[in-house]
Design a binder for this molecule. Sequence first.
Ligand SMILES: C[S@@+](CC[C@H](N)C(=O)[O-])C[C@H]1O[C@@H](n2cnc3c(N)ncnc32)[C@H](O)[C@@H]1O
Length: 263
Amino acid sequence: MTKETNPIKLFHEECKHQILAQGNDPDLFKTSKKWLNQSSKHKYSYHFSWLGRPIIQLPQDILAIQEIIWNTKPDIVIETGIAHGGSLCFTASMLSLLDVAEINDPIENQNTPKIERKVIGVDIDIRKHNRDAIRSHPLANKIVMLEGSSIEQAIYKEIRELIPDGAKVMIMLDSNHTEEHVLEELRLYKSLVTKNSYLIVCDTIVAQMPPGSFEDRPWDINNNPKGAVEKFLKESKNFVVDTDIDNKLLLSMSPKGYLRRVA
Ligand SMILES: C[S@@+](CC[C@H](N)C(=O)[O-])C[C@H]1O[C@@H](n2cnc3c(N)ncnc32)[C@H](O)[C@@H]1O
C-alpha cells in the first residue's frame, strides 16, 4: 500500500484515527457524561448567544451543525422549536455565508444562488418580544417564522409549500422532547429531507441524564427523543446515525441524534 504524502489528506487521516480512538475511550465517555450532567444543573446550554440572540445549544453542537451546513450546503433548513431565535439566526448566518461563497466561487465563476436560501422556524408559542427581536434582526430576510404545533397538518402543509422545487432540505427537531411528539415529527418530516442531508434530533441526551432532571417537563429517562430515534430507525432504513459526529463531539446534547439520509 502506498503511503499518503499529501499534507492535507494526512492531517484529515490523523484526525479520523484520533476521533475514533477518543470515541472508543470509556474513561473519556464517563468524564464527558459526568460533565454534561453536572453542567446541566446550571443550565449551561442556556448561556450563549449567536449574533445577539440567545441560542439554547452546546457550543460543540453549534460547531457540528456549522460543519454539516458547510459540507452539505442546504437551501432550506426547517427548525422546530424557536424559543429566543438564536438557532434561527445561526442557521440564517450560515445560509448567508453559503450565498457569499457561491457568489465568490473562484472555480465556478460568480454564481448567483438559484434558490433563495431560507430557514423556516416553527414554534407553538412565539413570544412577542422574541418575534419582534427576530423580525428586526439584520438576517431577518433569511428567516420565516410559523406559529403552531410542529405536528399539525396545517403547519406541515405550509412548510411544504415554502420549499421550492429542487431545494436541498435539512431539518432540526428541537421542540417538545417527549418520545411521542418527536416520533410524530420524524414520521411527518422524514420525506422532506434530501438524500445526503441531515435530520438532527436535539436533546437525545435526556436518556442518559439522572431520572427527574426536568421536574417541570414531561420528558425524562424513559420518555425522550432518543427513544423516538430508536423506534424511527427500525421503521425507516433511509437514515443512519452519523457516529463520527458523536465520536468527535463527546460533549453533545444530541448524541446519536445526527441522522443522515442515505437513500
Ligand atoms: C429548546 S427550545 C428551542 C431552542 C432553539 N431551537 C434554540 O436552539 O435556541 C424549545 C421550543 O419548542 C417550543 N415547542 C414546544 N412544543 C412545541 C410544539 N408542539 N411545536 C412547536 N414548538 C414547540 C417551545 O415553545 C420552545 O420555544
